[in-house]
Write a protein that binds this ligand. Structure first.
Ligand code: OXD
Ligand code: MN
Length: 629
């Protein structure tokens, strides 16, 4: 079936008196196939439940996207930015209560509680269906219901997966259009029988006849519910990207992690980069960091060491699969970046700033008088006046941030000036190293190499980080975030650790990626950051690559392999030797305390954590005690 034969359907069917009807479909999709019937039946079922005023099958065309953006501007939901500064770009201001992922309202509805595990909010599928179905009943009244077919990964690629999101939010549709591949080619895949994931999203704000809409409709009651056994996501009440772009965290991590467990691959909260050394040799690195810990900065690293280059492949999610060659191969399943704006600036991430030249949807940043946007950290100079993220006049004397700390940009990955030319290669790239990181002021050294895969899994299982604004909660508080997947693993994390160990067994021992832990955020006793970070993190990457090549020795420590400080390339920067020593200091007593916390954490899984990780813990304690002698 030629794509040109497929038509977009936008069929208004409001009754003149505004009462709801079971929507009519107008022209049906002219793509046929067994699963198209299933899709149409499902769309009809959701429409029957949610009672929208009209249905719009999204075709992913430019014209459609332009119309949706125009409509949102006309309705006061988006502010068009001054095209002289930011062509094709818009600002959305959310409701002040709907600014981040709501982890407390995020549920895994597996049949057995044990399959969700202690780190997830578990709820029985039947019970939660009984709770949310009444909320969805009539929830789209007066609104358009959009049917958005999307692909994660290039359409038809061997590592790609497809899904359909039903949503009553045009903001979500235009965001999904940036973050995924949307369009009728996906319907052709469905018609051809490719399995697909069902996702339903409603802002939960039905409109009565004649009622005027608000700029950011949402509901005080929120539910983000995942059904891993039936591959479904139901999200109610929030318009925030992490809760509303269901292809991203909900599908590409929570649901995909379950699919990966069953099929022998990994869905990870990782950036993906290609590092090219001065001789032109390329290496591929994936790195897991908790939300808002600098993943996008590392993904777009501009090395400060001469001759080195980084090409961006992805900034948030990697799907990783063992190949026949005994290596791991990874793709970035997304098509865009949904990044944290504050802290993204000329001096911290110039590539991101250049990426945002236009065609960007900003959410909750500040508006300049000239119709451009601003956020803390974008420029050193703070504008004299702004409109803050809540729409109020702001000056530097206001004593509050102008942009929300979790304000975001949504932009196509293709706009990144250093995107890898082959970033959409369907078969992915072979991984040379995996990095785990977090935001730790104390204890954790700048870089540490795992002794082998199992030790690497042990390190990943122990990642902890100070809380950021990306999720609701107290900023700064230390929380365990294994593999940076705590809020994103769709099943029991102890089984997830076991799955990582299994995947390692499928690799050729000499071809498995080497595993490292990094921490750019260690502070001295005086509260100062000990490491300059940002572009200078390339110096750590250089050491990692020299380790992969076997061209530099490492020093064994009780917690893993450390660099000799003289092997770090510090040409052109000055880091005092005392700071370097502190960056790599290992205090056995403090680490024994960390080991106690690890044991406490493992025990929350009631005996399910693999024995191999308990052995790693015992060996760590033994080495620390020896070091204390
Ligand atoms: C994100 C997050 O938005 O991790 O990427 O919260
Ligand atoms: Mn993320």
């Amino acid at each position: 079936m030629a794509i040109a034969d497929i038509v977009t359907r936008q069929t208004p069917n409001d009754r003149a008196d505004g009462s709801a009807t079971v929507p009519r479909y107008g022209e049906r999709p002219r793509i046929t196939g067994p699963s198209m019937a299933e899709l149409e039946a499902w769309v009809a079922e959701i429409a029957e439940l949610t009672q929208p005023a009209r249905i719009h099958w999204v075709d992913g065309s430019r014209a459609e996207n332009d119309a949706l953006l125009r409509e949102q501007v006309d309705e006061g939901k988006l502010i068009k930015l001054n095209p002289e500064w930011r062509p094709g770009s818009y600002l959305a201001r959310s409701h002040p209560s709907d600014v981040a992922r709501t982890e407390a309202r995020t549920f895994i509805a597996s049949e057995r509680e044990e399959d969700a595990g202690p780190t997830n909010n578990w709820v029985a599928p039947a019970e939660i269906r009984a709770t949310i179905t009444p909320l969805f009943r009539g929830s789209m009244r007066g609104r358009t219901m959009y049917v958005v077919p999307f692909s994660m990964g290039p359409v038809g690629g061997p590592l790609s997966h497809i899904g359909v999101q039903i949503t009553d939010s045009a903001y979500a549709v235009t965001s999904i259009g940036i973050m995924t591949r949307v369009g009728t080619e996906v319907l052709e895949q469905i018609a051809a029988g490719k399995p697909w994931v069902k996702t339903v999203h409603s802002v939960g704000a039905p409109l009565a006849a004649g009622e005027k809409d608000v700029a950011w409709p949402c509901n005080d009651e929120k539910y983000i519910v995942h059904f891993p056994e039936t591959l479904e996501v139901w999200s109610f009440g929030s318009g925030y990207g992490g809760n509303a772009i269901l292809a991203k965290k909900c599908f590409a991590l929570r649901i995909a992690s379950v699919i990966g467990r069953d099929e022998g691959w990994l869905a990870e909260h990782m950036l993906l980069i290609r590092v090219i050394d001065p001789k032109g040799k390329a290496y591929h690195l994936a790195a897991a960091f908790p939300s808002a810990c600098g993943k996008t900065n590392l993904a777009m690293l501009r090395p400060t060491i001469p001759g080195w280059r980084v090409e961006t492949l992805g900034d948030d999610i990697a799907w990783i699969r063992p190949g026949e060659d005994g290596r791991l191969h990874a793709i970035n399943p997304e098509a865009g970046f949904f990044g944290v704006a504050p802290g993204t600036g000329q001096s911290t991430n110039v590539a991101a700033v250049e990426t945002l030249w236009g065609n960007t949807i900003f959410t909750n940043v500040a508006l300049r008088p000239d119709g451009d946007v601003w956020w803390e950290g974008l420029t050193d100079e703070v504008p004299a006046e702004l409109i803050d993220w809540e729409g109020n006049a702001w000056t530097p004397a206001s004593g509050r941030p102008a942009a929300h700390p979790n304000s975001r940009f949504t932009v196509a990955a293709a706009q990144c000036p250093q995107i890898a030319p082959d970033w959409e290669a369907a078969e992915g790239v072979p991984l040379d190293a995996i990095l785990f990181g977090g935001r730790r002021a104390t204890n954790v050294p700048l870089v540490l190499e795992a002794t082998d895969w199992t030790h690497g899994v042990f390190l990943g299982s122990n990642i902890s980080s100070e809380r950021t604004a990306a999720a609701e909660g107290t900023v700064g508080e230390l929380r365990r975030d294994p593999f940076a997947m705590l809020p994103f693993c769709g099943y029991n994390m102890a089984d997830y650790f076991a799955h990582w160990l299994d995947v390692g067994r499928k690799l050729r021992f000499d071809r498995a990626p080497r595993i490292f832990q990094v921490n750019w955020f260690r502070k001295g006793a005086d509260g100062r950051f000990l490491w300059p970070g940002f572009g200078d993190n390339s110096r750590v990457i250089e050491w990692i690559i020299r380790r992969i090549d076997g061209s530099v020795p490492a020093v064994d420590s009780p917690i893993g392999r450390l660099p000799r400080t003289e092997d770090l390339n510090l040409d052109g920067i000055h880091v005092p030797q005392e700071d370097l020593d502190e960056l790599f200091a290992v205090d056995p007593e403090l680490w024994l305390h960390e080991a106690d916390l690890t044991e406490e954490f493992y025990q929350t899984f009631g005996g399910k954590v693999p024995a191999a990780l308990y052995s790693e813990l015992a060996a760590l304690r033994y080495r620390l005690k020896l070091a204390q002698r």
